[in-house]
Design a protein around this ligand. Structure first.
Ligand SMILES: CC(C)(COP(=O)(O)OP(=O)(O)OC[C@H]1O[C@@H](n2cnc3c(N)ncnc32)[C@H](O)[C@@H]1OP(=O)(O)O)[C@@H](O)C(=O)NCCC(=O)NCCS
Length: 319
């Protein structure tokens, strides 16, 4: 394993390195501690991420399978204690960032900035824009990225149905069915056409579904031809989310969302919906959905507003 040591603060140096498989437990503990502490202190939601760190092993494990070796760490040079982790996801069209965490005891010392700067240097060396989705409830996170040159774009509201509430299935004229391996090229083409990004490896990963965690639906065109939209989902431990998804109309988005929600019932996954998709948001409100958080897509470098309805996810955060 390579370690790169750099002086980040003159008074207080930090050691940058890369996460190895032997450090996955340590990484999962840090992700849990950081999220639980931040949401407990700032949003009065100490129980939001549960009491156990083990479910957070999913992040290093999935990301190692999807993007081997792509996690920057910061350690205290004296104690070697892990202070921060930043996962990144190189794709042909861009580089995505997420999840990023700093230990609560090391906040405000430049830990996150050091990790992101390392990732930005990697992106710059390949001339790639950098993309991420950050919480609008967290000024720490919003400030971190905008100070580093990211520009906020699409705003998302995180919607969730209370337990026991399930919207009715919405039908569209075409077919909704589970994704097949043969769908990958059409999904890649659709996403590149509507959003400008390309990430074939994620779709291929979902269809292999080694751990049986992903359930991805596609919406076909007339007579089952072509792909008009798709929506993935993950249910694992505490993580229940829809996405990634891309649809051409709000009606098609609602059809895919309700199909996923019925598949996962009585579970109630979170859905990030663009706030500008007003008809879709209104339909979900009418069915009982509640806002649980707000997020914003941010890009550093070239990017464009997507056409259609984009539904991001936090696993994998590769869009
Ligand atoms: C968000 C988080 C990663 C930040 O980590 P950190 O190591 O404390 O951040 P840093 O010290 O490197 O950088 C914070 C930057 O934001 C700036 N900042 C913070 N609050 C600010 C504000 N209100 N206005 C302007 N700038 C602000 C700081 O000055 C610093 O910028 P600088 O380096 O240019 O001075 C950390 O709070 C965390 O882990 N939160 C919980 C998990 C989370 O939300 N992760 C992000 C999404 S996955």
């Amino acid at each position: 394993m390579t370690f790169i040591t750099s002086m980040i603060e003159t008074q207080n140096s930090l050691t940058l390195g890369w996460l190895s498989e032997a450090q996955f437990d340590e990484a999962a503990r840090l992700i849990h501690t950081s999220l639980a502490s931040w949401y407990g202190r700032h949003l009065n939601q100490p129980d939001r991420f549960g009491g156990a760190w083990e479910p957070f092993l999913i992040f290093p494990e999935v990301y190692e399978a999807l993007d081997p070796g792509c996690a920057v760490t910061v350690r205290d040079p004296l104690t070697q204690r892990l202070l921060g982790i930043c996962f990144y996801h190189p794709r042909p069209s861009h580089l995505s960032v997420g999840i990023v965490v700093t230990h609560p005891a090391a906040g405000g010392r430049g830990v996150a900035r050091a990790m992101i700067e390392k990732v930005l240097a990697l992106a710059d060396s390949s001339n790639l824009p950098v993309r991420l989705v950050s919480s609008l409830m967290s000024l720490d996170s919003f400030s971190l990225y905008t100070r580093l040159g990211f520009i906020p774009g699409t705003v998302f509201q995180d919607l969730q149905f209370p337990p026991g509430k399930l919207p009715p299935l919405v039908k569209v004229p075409w077919t909704i069915r589970p994704m097949l391996e043969a769908d990958v090229p059409a999904m890649v083409e659709l996403e590149e056409r509507l959003t400008g990004i390309r990430r074939e490896q994620d779709f291929a990963f979902f269809v292999k579904n080694h751990r049986q965690m992903w359930h991805t639906l596609v919406l076909t065109g007339p007579n089952g031809n072509g792909i008009r939209g798709f929506l993935g989902s993950i249910v694992h431990g505490g993580t229940q989310m829809l996405g990634p998804g891309l649809m051409q109309t709000e009606e098609e988005a609602l059809a895919l969302i309700t199909a996923q929600l019925h598949h996962h019932a009585p579970g109630n996954p979170v859905i990030l919906v663009p706030v500008r998709a007003a008809g879709l948001v209104a339909s979900l409100y009418r069915a009982g959905a509640r806002n649980v958080e707000l997020h914003v897509a941010q890009v550093r470098g070239t990017g464009r507003e997507p056409e259609g309805i984009v539904i991001p996810t936090f696993l994998p955060e590769s869009g």
